[in-house]
Design a protein around this ligand. Structure first.
Ligand code: GDP
Ligand code: MG
Length: 241
């Protein structure tokens, strides 16, 4: 059975986050950098996350539940509409089945550095993102998505340093590699690593990082799947731990 991926909910506030306590992997990055496309290509599920040419549309944290070994048949988990937000979370035997089969969430975060929103709106996003990243106990790793074509923005660098400062298990994914020539790719990757203070451009270990000090960068393309074979095992090794 192949991987099964499902959109679960969009949260605009912490009280809306799922409560079934499965491991979570968050995606952060500038608006329009390719976070949603990365999810779709990684999971081979082209319509899972909405992609867009208009930046700044994802203003919520979007939770996708991933079943690496397919979804067991336990009926509909959303049985009780009376339960409000709670109805999106798995419980009882459904939750046990999810844990046993290694299910986890991808959390697609609102893009940062988007100029065309008000300062108030930006503050609200920042607060929600920070609240999530700092306090979420089942958050296992953060993928920071950057554009391989350009050096990191100030926001990219600030975000990466923030993740480092708070000791978050992290991986930098430099996407849109297909838009560069084969010669340009390693050069840009080295620049990106250097500007972010990442010591090595070796592909991340399939066993995941040995500690939260370990930083890695990976070249990716949502267009042709470059990097997918390295990224997937890295994530699965962490969500299984
Ligand atoms: N050529 C190419 N285009 C990409 C890639 N990733 C994303 N895009 C395009 O970049 C735009 C923004 O992507 P999206 O995934 O919506 O970005 P998000 O705002 O970070 O979620 C869309 O037009 C995508 O088709 C990639 O790896 N290669
Ligand atoms: Mg998106």
């Amino acid at each position: 059975m192949g991987t099964f991926s499902e959109f679960v909910l969009s949260a605009a506030a912490a009280r809306q986050f799922p409560t079934d306590n499965l491991p979570e992997v968050a995606l952060v990055g500038r608006s329009n950098v390719g976070k949603s496309s990365l999810l779709n290509s990684l999971l081979r599920s082209p319509k899972l996350a909405r992609t867009s040419n208009t930046p700044g549309r994802t203003q919520t944290l979007n939770f996708y539940r991933i079943w690496p070994e397919g979804k067991p048949n336990f009926g509909d988990a959303r049985l009780d509409p009376e339960a409000g937000e709670e109805r999106f979370s798995l419980r009882g035997s459904a939750r046990e089945a999810a844990v046993a089969s290694g299910a986890f969430y991808f959390v697609d975060m609102p893009g940062y550095g988007y100029a065309k929103v008000s300062e108030t709106q930006k503050q609200a996003w920042r607060k929600l993102i920070e609240q999530y990243l700092l306090n979420r106990e089942n958050l296992k790793a953060v993928l920071q998505v950057v554009d391989l074509r350009h050096p990191p923005s100030r926001d990219d660098i600030a975000m990466w340093e923030w993740l480092r400062h708070f000791g978050k298990v992290r991986l930098c994914v430099a996407t849109k590699a297909d838009k560069l020539s084969r010669n340009e790719r390693p050069t840009n990757l080295r620049t990106m690593a250097k500007d972010l203070g990442i010591m090595s451009t070796q592909a991340p270990s399939p066993e995941g990082p040995a500690s939260a000090e370990e930083e890695a960068i990976l070249m990716y393309s949502a267009e042709d799947g470059l990097g997918r074979e390295q990224l997937l095992p890295w994530i699965l090794s962490i969500t299984k731990k």
